[in-house]
Design a protein around this ligand. Structure first.
Ligand SMILES: [Ca+2]
Length: 507
């Protein structure tokens, strides 16, 4: 509380003294629009050199702003990533080490900070920070919304063809549209209710291209699986789930009852993934047009990223939670016509932990000391390319459906990707010589010295961010909804304490 109060006073001073130009009326602070499709990897954009995916509006964000070519999810899985984005702190500080925990109401989020600074705040789409059973997923107005006032959201579902939302009552709102379009209907409503006095902060967290892989036929028709350029590391049949039987009825497509999502583990899923991205892209275009139509285009910062990527069969692996580029690499685009020079691409390392600080920096607001990332606003504004020496990667909880049997930590430097378990190295890639990450050097004796240096760098980075191996979960707590199926927890430790007490009672 004291901290918030101090911050409020600090913000008030900052508003008074740094907001405006040197003469005349103070300039309006920029609007901030944070767009986050779920599970979209960095390479799945035309602007990143992808020869197949059609993403003209996303590419336009990059062309008219800055593209951080090397942008990463520190914890490449849903809830931890979203918590980092909101708080600017790592899981060992905010508690969100696993999926389906609840983010403590006492955490300070960027939405709360911006609201204190006079912003009106809005949230649309997949929230996934409330913990407990995912359904129905109504989050009531108040502290569990973490600073957001306007609200059209759901906790977690992947019902992309018939999404549902909640607003300020527990009444479920079913929308018979593909999820990105349904979410952006709410986003457009928010943007159109502009205020002359108050800038806005809006987060739009869309469901696709997360699996189950599929998109409306108009988008599917644009991609021929046989003609796609498959990544060098891609292996067919990484998963052999059929298109229909294994998909629960609620995830089937109501628009064409005989059609389901595509078979996984083949070219078809990559085509469907790209089709879903093109559907997301159309909505990015629609939001850009809405900003223009309402006269807010020039002074709106758009940050486009994702919570994590998707292996999609690369190295024979599925989905996320890995240090590889396909899993940890996410889009990092910032457009702000009023201030950010167009068309720059930088190699500066950028990751989720830096994003709240960078947005506050761009808005001319102070960055709280508790935030653990770097304010890279000067990079975005074209004043420097200097940034962090390495990105810290973390997975605290093992999860076998994503082929993760042990927790791990890692780092990405300007040249290397290195990850280890507590007791053994795991992967070491030389991204300069081997951008497709085909050769794992972790056990190569000619790289012992380098591995030692990276181990030392990782240990120092972990220590500086107050991370330790002791935070890891020894159990597969996320599997079979153990952690969240029946009750709501704020931390893995809370859950383990309860489940161990229950086991003792049952004995
Ligand atoms: Ca996710």
């Amino acid at each position: 509380m004291n901290h918030l109060l101090r911050l409020r006073l600090f913000c008030a001073c900052a508003l008074g003294f740094t907001a405006g130009p040197a003469h005349g009326a103070p300039a309006q602070r920029p609007n901030i629009l944070l767009l986050l499709p779920d599970q979209m990897r960095a390479s799945a954009m035309g602007v990143a050199g992808n020869p197949d995916v059609q993403s003209p509006h996303i590419d336009r964000l990059a062309r008219e702003g800055i593209r951080f070519k090397r942008t990463y999810a520190n914890v490449p899985v849903c809830c931890p990533a979203r918590a980092i984005l909101l708080t600017g702190t790592y899981p060992q500080v905010n508690g969100m080490m696993a999926n389906d925990l609840r983010l403590r109401e006492s955490e300070t989020t960027i939405a709360e900070l911006l609201r204190e600074a006079g912003y009106r705040t809005g949230f649309v789409g997949k929230w996934h920070l409330d913990g407990g059973p995912r359904e129905p997923g109504f989050i009531p107005p108040g502290p569990r919304r973490q600073g957001f006032d306007f609200w059209a959201a759901y906790e977690c579902h992947h019902q992309h063809f018939l999404p549902y939302y909640f607003r300020d009552t527990p009444e479920m709102i079913l929308v018979p549209k593909f999820e990105p379009e349904a979410s952006c209907d709410f986003a457009v409503e928010f943007i159109k209710t502009k205020s002359a006095e108050r800038p806005f902060f809006l987060m739009v967290q869309m469901g696709p291209p997360h699996d189950p892989y599929g998109a409306p036929d108009d988008y599917m028709k644009r991609y021929d699986p046989a003609k796609l350029t498959m990544p060098k590391s891609w292996q067919p049949n990484s998963e052999s789930r059929p298109a229909s039987n294994a998909i629960p009825p609620k995830y089937r497509r109501p628009d064409s009852p005989n059609a389901t999502y595509v078979k996984t583990g083949g070219r078809e899923e990559l085509a469907a993934y790209y089709a879903a991205i093109t559907a997301v892209d159309d909505q990015v275009g629609r939001l850009l047009q809405t900003l223009k139509d309402t006269g807010q285009d020039e002074n709106t910062i758009i940050l486009f990223t994702s919570d994590h990527g998707d292996m999609l069969g690369s190295h024979g692996m599925r989905r996320k939670r890995k240090p590889h580029e396909e899993s940890a690499g996410v889009p990092g685009l910032i457009r702000w016509p009023a201030r950010i020079p167009a068309g720059r691409e930088v190699d500066t390392l950028f990751s989720h932990i830096d994003m709240p600080a960078t947005l506050l920096g761009l808005a001319g607001l102070p960055v709280p000391e508790k935030m653990q990332g770097a304010d890279l606003s000067r990079v975005a504004l074209g004043q420097t390319t200097a940034g962090p020496a390495a990105v810290l990667l973390q997975i605290f909880v093992p999860y076998r459906p994503d082929q993760i049997t042990m927790p791990w930590r890692g780092l990405i430097t300007d040249r290397y990707t290195y990850a280890r378990h507590e007791n053994a190295p795991w992967v070491l890639f030389d991204n300069q010589r081997d951008p497709a990450q085909m050769t794992n050097l972790a056990a190569d004796p000619t790289h012992d010295k380098l591995r030692g240096e990276l181990d030392a760098q990782l240990a120092a980075l972990m220590a500086s961010k107050r991370d330790a191996w002791s935070f890891n979960s020894p159990e597969f707590v996320e599997e079979n909804a153990r952690l969240y199926g029946k009750a709501t927890y704020y931390s893995v430790q809370d859950y383990l304490a309860v489940s161990q007490a229950e086991q003792r009672t049952n004995r």
